[in-house]
Design a protein around this ligand. Structure first.
Ligand code: UDP
Ligand code: MG
Length: 320
């Protein structure tokens, strides 16, 4: 399977019909300046709009474009992973479809790669056009995650990055299901560095990360890189038992050695509710981890590909 492809650009897409033409145009300009072979790999994550037809048409006219279409929506992180499984280049770049990550930054990443770095991640200096809520939750999330993990995951970085073929080959061996790709890339090590950039506004369309997906994403990140929540549950259990025991001593003292009568139907109910709440939270935390074990044990594939387009012409396609 020898090929001369130097760069693979992976673009995950979920209902991105509004942005494809512009994303393709901007990427083409950047990649055109490189004078080396490249492939543009659009991973169509179960889009239900016209994304599939538009990319299919691009595959017909441009031999450097390929598309993997999933049988349904498997999620952004899985789409990136599928792209890595199929990328053929020596340097693999992951970029969002909505032009929030400026394609021109790829050139900076490539020059760092040529200096010998094996992972070059984009670090966001500013984020434009995103809600205060999103910026704030992202800010808190990255810092919280940092306290939860025992190794370094750089803060304020997304999936916009360049990885070397060696790193990509290692990534392909990691088969876990609920994945947090940027964490996994940090975890594998190699020589890593950052390129700073300002995050732009989304070119068109709407965010494909509603609150529900954001929460799931955060849970996956914490769940796959830390068991500290379980430990916190243990600490909480011990502390509350300790406090309860002290309170018990006070009650015994009041009952036996003082004349005060102990009242309180309402305090019993309040304390009960409080402890039941904590118990349910702890059960939920344990459940999160059991769910992950369950997902792993089923051994289902990470994604299902319904259509692969743009590969047939590869051998005969002339280099640009
Ligand atoms: N995306 C995807 N599958 C999903 C959700 C998002 O492939 O289930 C893609 C999306 O098309 C985009 C990238 O992931 O290329 C980032 O999504 P988006 O820009 O909507 O997220 P935000 O920047 O708002 O966090
Ligand atoms: Mg975006």
């Amino acid at each position: 399977m020898a090929n001369d492809i130097k760069y693979s650009v992976i673009v995950p897409m979920f209902n991105e019909q509004e942005v494809i033409a512009e994303t393709y145009r901007r990427l083409k300009i950047v990649l055109g300046t490189l004078n080396e072979e490249y492939e543009l790999l659009f991973v169509n994550d179960g889009s239900r709009d016209r994304t599939t037809e538009i990319v299919r048409a691009l595959c017909l006219v441009d031999p450097n474009v390929r598309m993997l279409s999933f049988a349904r929506n498997f999620g952004h992180q899985v789409a990136i992973s599928a792209g890595m499984d199929h990328a053929q280049g020596q340097a693999i770049i992951v970029i969002d479809a909505d032009l929030q990550d400026p394609p021109e930054v790829i050139l900076e990443m490539i020059s760092k790669w040529k200096e010998g770095y094996e992972v070059i991640y984009g670090k966001r200096l500013t984020r434009r056009g995103e809600s205060i809520f999103k910026k704030w939750t992202a800010h808190v999330f990255y810092r919280f995650l940092k306290t939860m993990t025992s190794f370094e995951i750089p803060v304020d970085t997304g999936d916009f990055r360049l990885i070397d073929r060696k790193v990509c080959d290692v990534m392909k061996t990691l088969t876990e299901k609920n994945r947090y790709v940027r964490g996994l890339i940090s975890w594998v090590g190699f020589r890593q560095t950052a390129v700073e950039y300002d995050r732009e506004e989304r070119w068109a369309g709407e965010t494909k990360y509603p609150l529900r997906k954001m929460i799931q994403f955060a849970m996956d990140a914490i769940g796959s890189f830390s068991y500290k929540p379980l430990r916190l549950a243990t600490y909480l259990g011990f502390s509350l038992s300790g406090i309860s025991f002290l309170y018990f001593l006070i009650v015994v003292y009041q009952k036996l050695l003082t004349n005060s009568t102990i009242t309180g139907w309402s305090s019993i109910v309040a304390i009960n509710l409080f402890f039941n709440g904590i118990m349910l939270v702890i059960l939920g935390i344990i459940g999160e981890y059991i769910g992950r074990i369950y997902d792993e044990s089923k051994g289902r594939p990470l994604y299902i590909i319904q259509e692969k387009t743009g590969y047939q012409k590869q051998q005969s396609a002339p280099a640009e």
